[in-house]
Ligand binder design. Sequence first.
Ligand code: NAD
Ligand code: 6OD
Length: 485
Amino acid sequence: MKQVLHFINGKFLESTSGKFYDNYNPATGKVISKIALGSEEDVDKAVEAASEAMNGEWGNIKINDRIALLYALADEIDSRFDEFLEAETLDTGKPYTIARHIDIPRGAANFKVFADTMKSVADEAYQMDTPDGGIAMNYSRRYPKGVITVITPWNLPFLLMTWKVGPALACGNTVVVKAAESTPTTTALLGEVMNKVGIPKGVFNVVHGFGKDIGDRLTSHPKVDAVTFTGSTPTGKRIMQSSALDLKHLSLELGGKNPAIIFADCDMKKAINETVRSVFANSGQVCLGTERVYVERPIFDKFVNKLKKAGENIKLGIQHDESSDMGPLISKDHQEKVLSYYKLAKDLGANVVLGGGSPKMENGLENGYWIDPTIWTGLSEDSAIVKEEIFGPCCHIAPFDTEEEAIKLANDTEYGLAATVFSENLSKAHRVAGQIDAGIVWVNSWFLRDLRTPFGGMKKSGIGREGGHHSLEFYTELKNICIKM
Ligand code: NAD
Ligand code: 6OD
């Protein structure tokens, strides 16, 4: 059976304890690999390696050499594209058709874009008058922060890990990464890529394991300078507490309960095509995905019928079947959680427009964590279905009558990650987008990403922004140097 090991100081290592845990293919429910089970001792080894690397060759590397290495990383990922594709789809169960277009290309892009950002970013400079009638010049310089702990979730494992490792390395830091326990394989594979292109040992380290065992150590270790986390809001709170003890710098990209507002003057085809993606893509396991849809009353029935039809056409299937649109959920636990919301919706008297259960699968997929694409209407706005992040392929659709009401409904949530607005009236779209409390609002589209833009959440969806030069704000320390002339 394949083993997935830690990657520490340039070497693949078993755990100090020698223990492993099982990794399952969500499509079949079968064990596909054994993962090294990390402990605090393994974390300590990785942090020590990362800390030493900061003081070694990497700490003194010329910026052009660093940038060249980042390009080489991207090229090497491209040249091993099929290996990354296979590993990512086996761990997650997501279809090739998704991972080939989103997850793996973004892995390579995340290194290239931040190499470019480092090349092009300008430092500030201010000339000032001094009290003695002379002048002084201030200029700022960026320095790496040091050792960064990177903790990532399972829904877009390679994309979200490289989204943090790319800028962290571009800025000259070293990293200790913990991928989600169910999707560690592409993160480990990146270790091979690091060695191949000549990233010095200790710059990129990976420790596998469970948050409950190693999370606190990863986020409070005295030699860790900053923590960047993507995952759920409850875990984000926990990490904030643990990292506060040593005053770590913190970036948190957390959960969402994202609204879509569909105005009667929308282009219906566009609105349906994009909303089908935003609700069901990646089996609804996208933090930016839509779980609340608000439709202007005159087109409510038409929209619901069309979304239902589009949902009926989604083909569930195994990852390597090129005709599969949707894979399973990530785990048995997550399937149970999402199904508990499906049951609750029925108990609360929802009108189940589509799905509502788990499908009968065949040909070896019987024990996978499959679930129906699901649409509900008719629930009250204060029900758990409308308030809580479900993270499955489902949404609740409700009507609205006025622009003000739509904005109020969209903002009536503790989250503030993303939203979509569909209208062909651009003035209205600008006006509404400006009033929605979310880190990103897409108009007539969804998940259109320019990696130079600020990315992050308002309210309980996170703290800070990453992306483009905003990532540099997190992954570097700025120093002002003031020279009296
Ligand atoms: P999660 O919070 O359960 O786990 C995320 C990571 O945190 C995993 O690696 C896990 O092992 C680790 N972890 C768990 N407990 C920890 C602890 N005490 N200390 C340190 N690390 C710990 O989230 P998940 O279920 O893997 O992912 C789904 C969630 O992530 C959803 O809420 C989704 O919205 C969110 N998410 C947000 C974004 C974003 O960009 N805002 C992107 C993707 C996913
Ligand atoms: O596109 C990105 O950079 C990003 N962080 C996406 C997050 C998706 C959430 O599941």
